[in-house]
Every structure is written in structure tokens, then in C-alpha cells.
Design a protein around this ligand. Structure first.
Ligand code: GLA
Length: 343
């Protein structure tokens, strides 16, 4: 390690510095987490499928361990993500007779899920990504992505989820809508439409989570424009899942990593944090999706085209998208990001 102050100390006057973790990360990355981070998100442990694998059967173990680690080390906890098109319990969409549930039954089930969750964690979390990725990315003419939620509950499932969540956690817990590719103009327009509607109809939403799963080819001007647009709605902003991939999602094979790619990544991280600091009056936390480059979802998902992994996927591919090397040293841009915050 260098003599630089930690990320979290350098950024104390701007926003929280967070990481998404699973239980097994805690012993592996405890040193980095304790030194540099003051906020954690459960990577999976608080999603319905892992935490309530069957109706009424709860598996709190991993989430509890992450919470204890956070408390022991003075870190805040973000909760994530009960209403999504993935990692839901399929039981959420079935009634007691095992048939496809009605809208009312699903909303009742969601309420029971959120009540139990809220009773256990409501006092411990500072925010909750209530609805994740509801907006359609590929379907050009649709605002909402088709899912069990849209099909079985209807398009107001987003607003309903916020209303239910509000009843289940203390007022101080900020309720967030969270989504990806939020900087791409076509998706940004849909997202802004959804958020404006939610606000207009009085849904209890406090903030927007910009996932910021980026690649070195992302457009910085659009990223800045997006932050401005979301901030103009009067919502709080969190960067919730930051990583900067060296590849585009469409690249196949194992492209050679060039100095040029690493330079782009360096410039991009430095510029991103410069923008985040500029908007620190609306941004409360910046969270990376993982801790160090040895373990990132981008290593295992070799080729992703949207949510589809094609037959031709060449398997495991290394990516280096985070703030720390596999051996726990800070990446060069991380040192720069720290220095820039101290100027
Ligand atoms: C999305 C979700 C996260 C996580 C990542 C991939 O961005 O919001 O919970 O599953 O995908 O790991």
C-alpha cells in the first residue's frame, strides 16, 4: 500500500464509497474493505431467491454476516433488490394451490416478503433498491421490460412496489429505483419518463440508482448529461454498481489487452470521479460492483449480449474493471482518484 489516505477518508466530504459483496468476500477482501470502504451492498444475499427460497422459508445467514461485518467496521448498508425480473422466487408468482397467482395475490406475497425483510433489516439499512431494471433496453417501443411483473401485476407494479416498501421500513430508509445503461440516450428517455410518472403520482421514491456498469467505450458526455437529467428530477442519486470493462458487450473471443485500453480506462475512472465530485450535492454514495479484479461478474460472464449468453461463448475471460488489483494493491487510477479528492 502507498502512504495515500484511504478512498473513504479522501471522499468523506463528498459521498460514501461502497462495494457490493457476498459473504465469501469478507475474509478474502476484509483488508481492502476496512481500509477503503464505508458502505456495503449485498451482491445477492438480499434478493428474494437467496433470502426466501420458498414462501416463508428464510435464509438470513449471509445477509446477517454482511450486516455484522458492516456494523463492526462502521459501514453503512444498502439493500438490493426485491423486485426484479431475475432472482425472484418463482413462488412469488404462484398461489397456495400452485397455480399462477392473481395480481392481488402477488402484491400480497410481495407485502409479506417486504414486511419480514423490513422487520429484520429496516433499522440497519440506509436505502433500498426497491425495483431493479424495470425499463426495457432492447424493445425500442416499450418503456417497461416484459416480465412476470408486467404480465401478472401490470404496468403499475413499479409504483405499487414502492408503496408497499414504504409501509415496511422506517421513514429514514431511502427508497431507490435502480437501472443499467442509464446513460444511453434512448434508455435515459424511458427512464426519465418512468421516474417522472412515479413522482407525479406520488409514489414514495427518494432516489435513482445509476448502476454505471460501463466499458472504456462509454460516452462521458452522455454520462454527465444523464446525471444532470436525473438530478433535475429532484431525486437523490447513488452510483450503485460501478465497474469499467475493458471490452464492449459485443466483443467475442479473448481480445488482447493493450496499453491503449488501459490508458482509456485510467482516463475514464479519473474523469468519472471528477464528475461525481462535481455533483456531490446530489450524489450520496458511489459503489463498485465487487472489490478487487480477482472476483468480478465480468470475469465469468465471458460474452454477454444483453442477458443472453450465446452458444459460442468462449468461456472464462479475465477483465480488470475495479479499483483494486487481484493482489489488493490500488490500481493506478485509484491513487489518482484519491489524490484528486484531496486537492
Ligand atoms: C445487475 C444487478 C446486480 C447484479 C449484476 C450482475 O446489475 O442489479 O444485482 O446481479 O447485474 O452481477
Amino acid at each position: 500500500m502507498t502512504n495515500l489516505p484511504s478512498l473513504k477518508d479522501a471522499y468523506a466530504k463528498y459521498f460514501k464509497i461502497g462495494a457490493a459483496v457476498s459473504g465469501y468476500h469478507l475474509p478474502l477482501f476484509g483488508d481492502i474493505l476496512k481500509e477503503h470502504f464505508n458502505s456495503l451492498t449485498c451482491e445477492n444475499a438480499m434478493k428474494p431467491e437467496p433470502i426466501e427460497p420458498q414462501r416463508g422459508v428464510w435464509n438470513f445467514g449471509e445477509a446477517d454476516r454482511i450486516l455484522s461485518f458492516a456494523k463492526e467496521n462502521g459501514m453503512a448498508l444498502r439493500a438490493h433488490a426485491p423486485v426484479w425480473h431475475k432472482q425472484n422466487g418463482l413462488w412469488m408468482f404462484r398461489n397456495a394451490a400452485g397455480e399462477t397467482a392473481s395480481r392481488e395475490e402477488i402484491l400480497e406475497t410481495l407485502q409479506q416478503h417486504m414486511e419480514t425483510f423490513g422487520q429484520r433489516y429496516g433499522e440497519e439499512i440506509y436505502c433500498w433498491d426497491v425495483v431493479n431494471e424495470a425499463v426495457a433496453h432492447f424493445e425500442k417501443d416499450l418503456v417497461l421490460r416484459p416480465s412476470n411483473w408486467t404480465e401478472l401485476v401490470g404496468p403499475d407494479f413499479v409504483a405499487e412496489s414502492f408503496r408497499i416498501a414504504k409501509k415496511c421500513v422506517p421513514d429514514k430508509v431511502q427508497l431507490f429505483y435502480n437501472d443499467y445503461n442509464e446513460w444511453m440516450p434512448h434508455k435515459r428517455e424511458k427512464m426519465l419518463k418512468l421516474l417522472r410518472e412515479l413522482i407525479a403520482e406520488g409514489a414514495p421514491i427518494d432516489g435513482f440508482g445509476m448502476q454505471q456498469h460501463l466499458s472504456i467505450y462509454a460516452d462521458m458526455d452522455e454520462i454527465r448529461r444523464s446525471i444532470e437529467a436525473y438530478a433535475s428530477l429532484g431525486l437523490r442519486l447513488h452510483v450503485t454498481e460501478l465497474d469499467v470493462s475493458l471490452y464492449t458487450v459485443y466483443e467475442t473471443g479473448r481480445p488482447t489487452i493493450t496499453d491503449e485500453m488501459l490508458r482509456k480506462q485510467y482516463d475514464m475512472y479519473v474523469e468519472l470521479f471528477r464528475i461525481y465530485r462535481q455533483y456531490a450535492d446530489v450524489i450520496d454514495s458511489v459503489t463498485t460492483w465487487g472489490v478487487a479484479d480477482s472476483m468480478t461478474w465480468l470475469n465469468t460472464s465471458a460474452v454477454r449480449i444483453g442477458d443472453r449468453k450465446p452458444e459460442t461463448a468462449p468461456g472464462y475471460r479475465m477483465n480488470f474493471p475495479l479499483l483494486f488489483y487481484a493482489d489488493h494493491r490500488p490500481r493506478p487510477y485509484t491513487e489518482q482518484i484519491i489524490e484528486d479528492a484531496l486537492k
